[in-house]
Design a protein around this ligand. Sequence first.
Ligand SMILES: [Zn+2]
Length: 314
Amino acid sequence: MNLIVEKQLKGSICQPNNNWDMSIQKELSALKTPDYLIGPRVDILQGDISREWFKWIVDQFVDSRFFEEDINFFKIYESVKESVDILVGGQKDSDDKLSIARLVSEMVEERIKFLISDSKRRKSISKNMKEDLLAIYGPEPRCWLTGVKFTDEAIYNFTAKQEDKVNFDLPVYIDKYRPIGTKSRDLSIEVDHLHPFSLGGVDEIDNYRLICGWANKVKSNHITGYSTGTKVTGRNQLFPNSFYYWVIRTLGLKRKCEVPGCGNSIENSELTVCSNLGSSKAITPVSMKVVCKKHDSRAGRYVKRSELQDPFHV
Ligand SMILES: [Zn+2]
C-alpha cells in the first residue's frame, strides 16, 4: 500500500514535470488513492468525478450546429445508438448497448430541447412567486446553501419595487473563507435554480431556492467541484475563484455542522468551513470541515471588509 502512496506522490506533486509524462499518467490512472488519506471529503470528491464524467459522456453526443427544429426522439436515439456502437463495440451485448443508448438519448433530448428554446424560456420571477417562496421558507428565511439568515432589509427588498429598495449596512468584518458582505448584493435574497437554468433547469417553483447574492454569484452554473463554470471571472487576492465554489459545494452537500454532538444545521445556523486537521492547517477541498458559527475557529479568519477585494465583480 505504501508503494501506491509513494507512486502517487511522486507521480503527481513531488515532480511537477511528471504532469506532462504520459507513462506516469497511465500509471496514475490505474491507482486508486487510498480513502484514508483523502479523509472525510472522499464522498464529495469521488461523487463529483462521476458527475463530471457523465456530463461529458452526454455532452459528446450534443452539437448545436447539427440541430434541427423538428428533431425528435427517434432521430436522436438512432444517432446516439450509432455512437454507442462505436464507443462500446463488442464489449457489451446488444441489449446492454440498446439500454445505454436509450438512457443517454433521454438526456440528450433534454439538452437539445433546452438549447433550441433557450432564448424563449427564461422568465422573470413575479412578486407573487417571491411571496410564495417567502411563505414556504417561514418567518426566518435563510440562504439554502450557506445558512445565512436574511435581514429584514433583504426580505423587504426582495419584493419591493426598484425605486423603493433600501440600502444595506455592510459588515465591518468578514469571514475570509466565506466572504459574504463585500458588496450589497452578497446580502440580498436571490432566487436560485437548483438545476441550473443554463443547463436545462426549468423555471418552476420546485426548481427555485432562496439564496444569498454571494452564494449565487459563486455558484454560477457550476455543477461539480471539478467544473470551472463559464461565468466567474476576475482576480482574487486570497484564493482562486474555484476555492469559494468548493466552500459552497461542501456546505450545500453536508448541510450541518460536523463537530460531533452539535445539532446545528443549515436550517438554523450560518455555516462556514475550517480545516479538519486543526486551525493552523490549510483549507483545501480535501480538508474542508463544515462548522456552525459556534464552532468556527475565529482567530485570523475575520478580516476588515476594506482589506478584502471582491473577486467576482458581478
Ligand atoms: Zn456546531
